[in-house]
Design a protein around this ligand. Structure first.
Ligand SMILES: Cc1cc2nc3c(=O)[nH]c(=O)nc-3n(C[C@H](O)[C@H](O)[C@H](O)COP(=O)(O)O)c2cc1C
Length: 377
């Protein structure tokens, strides 16, 4: 089983923030789209494809964002473009997230996303991966407000409907970086972006340390009007409740917490209704979700490639299984579809109660983030 960073959890200053058991019912929307609850499937390179989004939606997720799609790949019309743009009928409203460095290319890419059927365009000014930063994309733009503004304005002109943006709380902890953040944030507000999502870590932090929920809280207090989504360290439905109540953001991005646990959405919906947290999904419910994910992935990638991808998905689901470490090993050792099926037949043939996941990041996720994102953008 992957190591959990348990030692660090107790150091998280926001782990036990005061929050009422039931979030206050407030409307949450992205432009013309009201969301039936204030949480959404985050953009996740290597994960948040149509398959993951659809599995999440069937468990209550009201809105979803693609992984960052490189503008040049979209413009090139290559194979990567088609797969990144796949949507299902159930997958609405959804935002196609684009990443790039040049205003005209980003504006053209935004149009492609809309033509593909996405309901909104999301700009990624947050990705901290070295290769991405080196090419003046993603989080780099939080250090170049002039270029950031140019991109935002040109994309705004190209996109008649909802336009949103993903930021980090700054490039680093310097005063200069705070000014740059404000310049970009204020431009998004001035251009009437439908929502602004902020990950409470700096770009420099990548995924180390904790997302600063006090920053999100102050940002919302200082800017009550714009729709603000919070991101960072939401690993359980209860984390989502605490972030929402403590920071006052309008909605919560569910990122690592949704990988291998799409029930985080139905659990959060229960908390929003004031119901107790449901029991964790049974082993059969987990098996059904894995098979559903596989069959959707086949629609996008074809059987061979989908089979390869299901290994990493199975690994993530294993944390909910009563024999988690064994199941994890079985999936990690799966070399082909036959091994994957064998793991499923062996460990998911008998029903039983599932395991509740805790509010702790998975060390494996933290290590793999750079590699995953760099490979894609
Ligand atoms: C593997 C991985 C890939 C990610 N890819 C994207 C992405 O493509 N677009 C994006 O906006 N954020 C991306 N993120 C950032 C997440 O959406 C989220 O902001 C971040 O993980 C903090 O939330 P968490 O601590 O609750 O996971 C990625 C994160 C991870 C772990």
């Amino acid at each position: 089983m992957a190591n959990y960073l348990i030692s660090e959890v107790k150091d998280n200053p926001w782990a036990r923030v005061h929050a009422p058991p039931r979030p206050e019912a407030r409307p949450c929307r992205v432009g013309p789209f009201p969301l039936k609850m204030p949480a959404m499937q985050a953009g996740l390179a290597g994960y948040s494809d149509m398959a993951m989004r659809t599995v999440a939606r069937r468990r209550g997720c009201p809105y979803a964002i693609t992984e960052a799609l490189l503008d040049r790949v979209l413009l090139s019309g290559g194979r990567g473009r088609e797969k990144g743009l796949v949507l299902s009928d159930e997958d609405h409203p959804a935002a196609g997230q684009i990443i790039g460095s040049e205003a005209d290319e980003m504006a053209a890419a935004a149009k492609i996303v809309l033509e593909a059927g996405f309901d909104a365009v999301d700009l990624n000014f947050a990705c901290p991966v070295k290769k991405v930063m080196g090419r003046c994309r993603g989080g780099y733009l939080l250090s170049d407000p002039d270029q950031a503004r140019q991109i935002m304005r040109q994309v705004r002109d190209a996109v008649p409907g909802p336009l949103t943006i993903k930021l980090r709380r700054a490039l680093d902890d310097s005063a200069q970086a705070a000014d740059w953040f404000s310049a970009v944030f204020n431009e998004a507000v001035a251009l009437n972006f439908s929502a602004i999502a902020v990950h409470g870590r700096t770009v420099e932090q990548k995924y180390t340390g904790w997302a600063n929920w006090d920053f999100l809280r102050k940002l919302k207090q200082d800017n009550p009007a714009p729709v603000l989504f919070g991101s960072g360290d939401v690993f359980t439905a209860d984390d989502a409740r605490r972030m929402l109540c403590y920071t006052g953001v309008d909605g919560v991005w569910i990122a690592r917490g949704a990988i291998g646990n799409p029930w985080i959405f139905s659990e959060f919906a229960a908390l929003c209704r004031g119901d107790p947290l449901p029991e964790p999904p049974t082993v059969y419910a987990q098996r059904d979700a894995l098979l559903e994910h596989f069959s959707l992935a086949v629609q996008i990638y074809g059987e061979e490639s989908a089979s390869r991808q299901m290994r990493k998905i199975g690994i993530k689901y294993s944390k909910l299984h009563p024999c988690g470490p064994e199941v994890w090993r079985a999936f990690i050792n799966a070399k082909n579809q036959r091994d994957w099926n064998a793991a499923l037949e062996r460990y998911y043939a008998q029903d039983g109660p599932g395991v509740r996941v805790g509010s702790v990041p998975d060390a494996q996720d933290v290590c793999n983030i750079d590699a995953t994102a760099a490979a894609r953008v």
